[in-house]
Ligand binder design. Structure first.
Ligand code: ADP
Length: 328
């Protein structure tokens, strides 16, 4: 059976982008067609300035939302990265396999390091070595496929390179993984700035729909979305990024395609209204399940403990083999 691994950092509240771009597909498709692991990658949250209590709280919330979005702990392995020491054990071996040039070439490193420096902060070494830990997350489990958005494909490529290199130097140890980006809704954009993605670390919440936003908050954010000049509803990401984003969100919720949907609308107002209602309806069951889970914190705790045990049992033999192969 195909093995799938994916994770999300506990660095903010999950957004509609996370749901449409990742979680929905994990829950509806990936966990049923594969042997899947879904991980709260909390170690990755420490690569930039962080607040310990916030990371702890967000990790817990993220795990709860994983379950609320439909990840089923009886079907897939749901766990927290730092509960499984094999990730950091393997990460070091992969740092010894990679070069500093490879790490410095990563677009995300360049962007985030520039941001830290612009803020007058310093860059943590772990921000540079982050892709080695991410490669460890993937390779420890013999992962075949990594369902990620287009922003992560470069890191998966690096994990592939490291797997191939390690295997060539030290003997066949790792499965060579591949990225598997979704065909539709690969990128949900910020409602106030439709040229940048709807991200969970966004400072301003106005353009970001969070999974736990109340229905009226969702409506007001979508009704206030920035649209484009002109009045015609057409799907054109270049000329009409705001309208195209709404069409993509709506089609992602209702199942149509954005070009065909564009023909149905004669005004931006009607498109916004329908998009808002579709999103409210989409989030309703997730929010209801979340509420249920919050009433039973012991259950989430138990799921995570069980998940970590299962993950560790899967990772350990391969990581032990890598230690042996590299000469330890
Ligand atoms: P992390 O903080 O773990 O790097 P992100 O929140 O950026 O994660 O992304 C987690 C998952 O959600 C990834 O698979 C990513 O591609 C997807 N994702 C995040 N934001 C969006 C978005 N705006 N549109 C589509 N997919 C998204």
């Amino acid at each position: 059976m195909t093995r799938v691994f994916s994770g999300i950092k506990p660095t903010g509240h999950l957004t509609l982008g996370n749901y449409l771009g990742a979680l929905r597909r994990w829950a509806e498709v990936d966990q049923h067609r594969s042997d899947a692991l879904f991980c709260v990658v909390d170690l990755h949250a420490l690569t930039v300035e962080h607040d310990p209590e916030r990371v702890r709280r967000l990790s817990r919330q993220l795990a709860t939302l994983f379950l609320a979005c439909g990840l089923d702990p009886d079907v897939s392995t749901v766990f927290v990265q730092s509960h499984v020491p094999e990730h950091t054990r393997l990460s070091y071996l992969l740092e010894c396999t990679a070069t500093d040039g490879e790490m410095r070439r990563m677009i995300q490193y360049k962007e985030k390091a520039a941001l830290e420096r612009a803020r007058g902060g310093s860059v943590r070494l772990s921000l540079l070595t982050y892709p080695a830990l991410m490669a460890a997350d993937i390779l420890a489990y013999g992962t075949d496929e990594v369902p990620v958005g287009d922003d992560q494909t470069q890191h998966v490529e690096l994990a592939r390179d490291l797997a191939v290199r390690f295997n060539q130097r030290y003997g066949e140890t790792f499965v060579v993984p591949r990225a598997n980006p979704p065909a539709v809704a690969a990128r949900v954009m910020n409602l106030q700035d439709p040229t940048s993605k709807m991200g969970k670390s966004e400072a301003s919440a106005a353009g970001v729909v969070h999974l736990l936003d109340e229905p009226d908050v969702v409506r007001s954010k979508i009704l206030r979305a920035v649209t484009d000049s002109g009045r015609e509803v057409v799907h054109d990401r270049e000329a009409k990024p705001g309208v195209s984003n709404l069409l993509e969100i709506l089609s992602s919720c209702t199942g149509g395609n954005p070009e065909a949907l564009a023909g149905v609308y004669e005004s931006y107002g009607a498109l916004k209204k329908d998009t808002a209602e579709a999103v409210v309806e989409l989030l309703e069951p997730v929010q209801a399940k979340h509420k249920e889970l919050c009433a039973d914190p012991g259950y989430v705790e138990e799921v995570l403990m069980r998940g970590a045990e299962r993950a560790r049992a899967m990772a350990r033999p391969r990581v032990d083999a890598a230690y042996e192969a590299i000469g330890l």
